[in-house]
Design a protein around this ligand. Structure first.
Ligand code: F6R
Length: 263
């Protein structure tokens, strides 16, 4: 896992958007896994800026979102479909037919989950998966105890997640209790992963998932089993890490590898 500690939210957003832009420039038909939530809003703003100012081309990109609340229609203001449209899709030149987001209001959610997994396979898998992290350590909506082998499915949300989401809904009764979410197994099959986190409220969970033991009780620790994970944090989210000095040294001295090879 490569860890980059940035000075604030804006820098975290710029650095993560640059990583995504480079991957799109390298492979024009990139399959991008997308996350919602507060964390990636700045990253998406930066991507829109790179598209508008530098012509970053999304015309061949395909995207697959991690999750959606069960029961919310795409036009519902709190749905992740609506979020993606407002924060990214309507501002860039991605073909809407290539934007895959789980549907929350659907007759047969289980059949939908199977179909969703099949679509990911059909395009050759996800090249770069963007992730945020929940205060309970979830990635997507893989709540504590989720199997590391899990695939896209319906998941009951954890108490902490329901409380965290309550800020977006008028009444507690309206906060969804279930979501459709990619599984840990689905996420681990992405070729590359980029996790972003900011703020003091993420400091504990970041220290645990980066430096703690692997456990399904904190599902983000599954990322320790993946061979290519970039983690971009702001300094608040990184404030409880123990090996910060090492991470910074590695990031600043990568160029020395070439020098060593030439010795
Ligand atoms: C959203 C998702 C969630 C969020 C996480 C953090 O698609 O998969 O795992 O990334 O709940 O949310 P924020 O960014 O709002 O703190």
């Amino acid at each position: 896992m490569e860890i980059t500690i940035t000075s604030n939210y804006d820098e975290m957003s710029r650095v993560s958007a640059q990583i995504i832009a480079q991957e799109i420039q390298r492979k024009h038909d990139l399959v991008l896994g997308l996350a919602t939530g507060d964390t990636p809003i700045g990253t998406y703003k930066e991507l829109v800026k790179i598209h508008k100012e530098e012509g970053l081309d999304f015309s061949k990109v395909k995207s697959f979102n991690l999750d959606e609340y069960l029961g919310l229609a795409p036009l519902h203001k709190n749905s992740y479909n609506y979020f993606m449209w407002e924060n990214l899709v309507k501002h860039i030149n991605i073909n809407p037919e290539n934007v895959y987001i789980p549907q929350g209001k659907i007759k047969d959610p289980e059949q939908f989950c199977t179909w969703y997994e099949a679509q990911i396979k059909k395009v050759g898998g996800i090249d770069l998966q963007i992730l945020g992290i929940g205060a309970d350590g979830h990635i997507a909506f893989n709540e504590p105890g989720s199997s590391f082998a899990s695939r896209t499915r319906i998941k009951a949300l954890y108490k902490q997640t329901i409380e965290d989401n309550a800020r977006f809904f008028d009444k507690m009764e309206n906060v969804p209790r279930f979501a459709i979410t990619m599984g840990i197994g689905t996420i681990l099959e992405a070729k590359k992963i980029l996790l972003i986190a900011n703020g003091k409220k993420k400091a504990d969970v970041c220290a645990k998932f980066i430096e703690g033991p692997v456990t399904s009780q904190l599902t983000a620790t599954a990322l320790q089993l993946h061979s290519y994970v970039n983690i971009v944090l702001d300094k608040d989210a990184a404030s409880k890490l123990k090996r910060t000095e090492y991470y910074n040294w590695v990031r600043d001295n990568k160029h020395l590898i070439q020098k060593e090879v030439g010795r």
